[in-house]
Design a protein around this ligand. Structure first.
Ligand code: G3P
Length: 231
């Protein structure tokens, strides 16, 4: 399963990337606006850091505009994935861009039927928004399960399920169990995934106990041991 970071914040991206567990990044107009930088420069910098798929969203409402923006964005970096909204114009743009060999992430997906259409249009990724479905009283994880099951029955479609609008660590377990190919998550959810109170208290206990051993200098001990063994 691939993990993408859902942010345009360069500090968060650098930090998560340094952990060695990030495969890509997704952005959207809201996330770009929140950071306040120049859209294209930010996308170029993210691509430079992650060296993996980076979703950059089109803002045109017409297919022709989406295609134009998408073709230009794809030239910013080989890592750019063009993100288009799931609507009639978005499907047309997905078809045209994917025919050009440009990877497309079809976003704002809220039904299995929409996911089926995006796949037929040639989407590389489909982004169902599970958190926003939960917000309106529907079951976001159930949608992920449906799309994974449908795509598995028709592997020739070739579209990857990218679970988006992830709100908490439990969502991550649920979409992983559902077989989602990718999940994109905010940095705060990623941080919560790392943490567990028993890990913290366990580590503190190990350190306390270690402070009672006669020689707590591991590096020094190993170096002396290796030197002695070498003769
Ligand atoms: O990037 C798209 C999606 O992940 C947005 O999430 O939390 O704004 O619903 P959210």
């Amino acid at each position: 399963m691939k993990l993408f970071l859902d942010t345009a914040n360069l500090d968060e991206i650098r930090e998560a990337h340094s952990w060695g567990i990030i495969d890509g990044v997704t952005t959207n107009p809201s996330l770009i606006a929140k950071e306040g930088g120049d859209f294209v420069s930010v996308i170029a910098e993210i691509c430079e850091i992650v060296q993996g798929p980076v979703s950059a969203e089109t803002v045109s409402q017409e297919a022709a505009g989406m295609i134009r923006e998408g073709r230009l964005l794809a030239q910013v970096s080989e890592h750019v994935v063009v993100k288009v909204p799931l609507c009639r114009e978005g499907l047309k743009a997905t078809k045209a861009l994917s025919d050009d060999g440009i990877p497309v992430n079809v976003t704002l997906c809220f039904s299995a039927n929409q996911a089926l259409l995006a796949a037929k249009a040639g989407a590389t990724y489909i982004s169902p928004f599970l958190g926003r479905l939960d917000d309106v009283g529907q079951d976001g994880v159930e949608l992920i399960e449906q799309i994974v099951a449908i795509y598995a029955m028709y592997p020739a479609l070739g579209t990857e399920v990218l679970s988006a609008s992830v709100r908490h660590p439990r969502h991550m377990v649920q979409v992983a169990l559902a077989g989602s190919d990718v999940a994109t998550l905010p940095f705060k959810v990623l941080s919560k995934m790392v943490e567990h109170p028993l890990t913290e208290s366990g580590n503190a206990r190990f350190l306390k106990d270690w402070s009672t051993v006669p020689d707590p200098d591991v590096v020094g001990q190993v170096e002396r041991f290796l030197a002695a063994r070498k003769g």
